[in-house]
Design a protein around this ligand. Structure first.
Ligand code: ASP
Length: 332
């Protein structure tokens, strides 16, 4: 396979892939993000001598991922992808919120060059750590000529960022692409592709992200037996500007929660109805039903609604009279 010329920039954000435990047989009691990106690269003989740059952006357990880190990651990734001498960016990340970060980047980053996320289910100190092979595979995919878009490489599979789902809590092979299936596999260092690389349809709000502190607050409430409308009321009272309901089955919502959702909508807080099922999303839009999130998972729908709200915020353009909203800004 002929590789793309140019450097691969590895941005470390933490996670189990950079985690260390006191004992090699301890797969659970470790500290996420203990190692920097340069240490992860140094552990992989096949990467030595390659044009690789390392930058450690964060050392987070990704269950603590936050919007400020997303904004910084997107900014650094965009910076490096714009450099002529850079072929691709690889991001090392925790597995817990990997699919959320993948979706956020997919919708907000123009990535004509590839951005490849990777992670691990076992810490770097484990007897059979999965991180080094995942990182090597991610670099292999990043260097593949013609690769584009936001991707994730885990356990030999290449997933489109928008399709990624964590399906298992602790197994090494924990990720899938839902009904779409993986884009490709990496077999012994070679890529076998099943379909075209994903396109990167930018959300219009990508041009408006600005300071993460100003991003709209969107919360997720789950529907379940015995669900209480007061839970959703409380989320709105606590400042949610949008709510995603992780509904049952094909997006059905407990009637108590549905009544609360209608109260929220009447108060100007938009609500989207997703499914808590791992696969399938929500199909169909019966008359009178709460607005559907379609194929999006609840965390993806949360990102999408956050971007929709950001896009809908009134803006003042430099030339506009005070108090006058600017015309909608669309990325080029
Ligand atoms: N809690 C870890 C994280 O998401 C789990 C992992 O990376 O596998 O950072």
């Amino acid at each position: 396979m002929q590789s793309s010329a140019g450097a691969v920039v590895i941005l470390g954000t933490g996670g189990t892939i950079a985690g260390t435990a006191a004992r090699p047989d301890d797969l659970v009691g470790y500290t996420s993000g203990a190692l920097g990106a340069d240490t992860l690269i140094a552990a992989i003989p096949a990467l030595q001598g390659q044009a690789i740059e390392a930058e450690t952006l964060a050392r987070l357990d990704s269950s603590d991922m936050d919007h400020a880190t997303w904004a910084a990651l997107r900014e650094r990734a965009a910076f490096h992808l714009a450099r002529a001498e850079v072929a691709a960016v690889v991001v090392t990340h925790g597995t817990d919120t990997l699919e959320e970060t993948a979706y956020f980047l997919h919708r907000t980053l123009a990535a004509p060059k590839p951005l490849v996320l990777t992670a691990a289910m076992r810490p770097a100190t484990a007897l059979s750590a999965d991180g080094p092979q995942n990182l090597l595979d991610a670099v292999t995919v990043a260097r593949e000529p013609g690769t584009r878009g936001v991707l994730a490489v885990l356990a030999g599979r290449v997933h489109a960022g928008a399709d990624l789902r964590k399906l298992h809590g602790w197994r090494v092979d924990a990720f899938g692409s839902g009904d779409a299936g993986p884009v490709a596999v990496v077999e012994d260092g070679r890529l076998r592709r099943f379909r075209d690389w994903p396109d990167a349809p930018l959300h219009a709000a990508a041009a408006l992200l600005g300071d993460a502190a100003g991003w709209p607050v969107v919360d997720i409430v789950t529907s379940h037996a015995g669900a209480r409308g007061r839970t959703l009321d409380a989320v709105v009272a606590a400042g949610a500007q949008g709510v995603v309901i992780a509904g049952t089955g094909n997006g059905s919502v407990h009637r108590e929660l549905e009544q609360a959702a209608r109260r929220a909508i009447a108060a100007g807080v938009p609500v989207r109805r997703a499914s808590r099922c791992l696969l399938g999303g929500v199909v169909g839009a019966p008359a009178g039903a709460l607005p559907s999130a379609g194929v999006l998972t609840p965390p993806q729908a949360r990102v999408e609604l956050m971007l929709d709200l950001l896009d809908a915020q009134p803006r003042v353009s430099p030339g506009a009279a005070p108090g006058q909203p600017a015309p909608p800004v669309r990325p080029a």
